[in-house]
Every structure is written in structure tokens, then in C-alpha cells.
Ligand binder design. Sequence first.
Ligand code: GDP
Length: 199
Amino acid sequence: MDAQFVKSVFTLKDLPQDRLPEIAVAGKSNVGKSSLLNKLLKKRNLAKTSQTPGKTRCLNYFQVTPDKRGPFYLVDLPGYGYAKVSQSMRDEWARLIEGYLALPDRPRGIIALFDSRREPTDVDLDWIAWLAQWGRPYLIVLTKCDKLSNNEKAQSLRRWTLDEPTAQKPLLSSALDGTGAEKIWQWVDTVRAGRAAAA
Ligand code: GDP
């Protein structure tokens, strides 16, 4: 497995032009995105290295080369729902993400992270509906599940099983004990090969 940070993209004209498959990962700040990316990519601090000030309003590109399979990009989408940024910053960010998701075949799939301990809020459901409208396969991953009992895990999965035609069943994950990593990889492999149907 080889994984490295490639670049931060602030405007669509700076997107890589090499047409490698792209899988986007989205989640609010503190959801455990960096920890999960590091776990998936078997690195210690890879995801955090891109989080220097000013880099939260861009797309962060990581090039990943799993064994024998060709390279692809994991694209870290900045968090949504920031309370502290101004409306104009939010608009700028929304334009970048929207412009990106509206491009044909880019990304091939989206991983949406949520804290497994929380119930979906209206903001979360709006965000999922917004992601779904581009018809790309997306996967809901429920983070930090090591903090839940078995009952709570079952409850979390039920809560996040949405009545959406393009959704897969949600997955539980833990960056601490590695829960979910294998299933996330299976999904990524299918999607980047273009084999996962949107529905
Ligand atoms: P990010 O802001 O989404 O990149 O979140 P981080 O990866 O920095 O994690 C935020 C906090 O949650 C940190 O204190 C992590 O140690 C903790 N955390 C992240 N993933 C897990 C997990 O799977 N289990 C537990 N128990 N804590 C986690």
C-alpha cells in the first residue's frame, strides 16, 4: 500500500487532469475522518498533514496505490456545517463542492462519515439528500463504534438506514480497532472499478 498527499485544490481548474478514479470522503470536523483515513491507508499522520490553516476550504487529494491494483485518488471533502465561517465562505465552499460533484464521473463514489453515537439531524439528512442528487453511489460510515455496546451498534445502524434508493446499508467503523476497514475497502474497490450501481 502506498499513499501520499498530492495537493489541495481550491478552484476547479486546479483539479488533477490524469483521470485516475476518485473516491470522495466527507464528514464534519471531529467526526474522526483523519483517524479513519490514516487507518485505511495504514499511515500515522497522513490525513492531518493536509490540515494546515486555510486548507479546510479545499479538496485534499491523496493518491493511493493498493497492492497490485492501479492508483486512485481519495479526495477529502472539507466539512460541512461549519458554524464559525461567514456566509460568503460557505457559499464559496458550496460552489467548489457542487462544481466538483457535478463533473461527470468525478468522484465515482462518496463516503459520508457520521458519528455512530449521534442520531441523524435534519442538517445531516439534508446533506445526504444533497449528496444523493448526483446519483453517485455513496456509503454512510458510522465512526467511533468502539464506544458503543452491541445494542447501541444495532440501534445506530437502524437509525442510519435511510429510505434512499442510492444508499447502501450503513457500516460501522472504528479507527481504534479497525472495525469496518475491510468492508470500506471492498466498497471502494467496487466503486473505483465502476462496478457499483448507483441504486
Ligand atoms: P476529524 O476532525 O474528522 O479529522 O477527526 P479526528 O480524526 O481528528 O478525530 C477527532 C477525535 O475523535 C480525536 O480525539 C480522535 O482521537 C477521536 N477518534 C477518531 N476516531 C475514533 C475512533 O474510531 N474511536 C474513538 N474512540 N475515538 C476516535
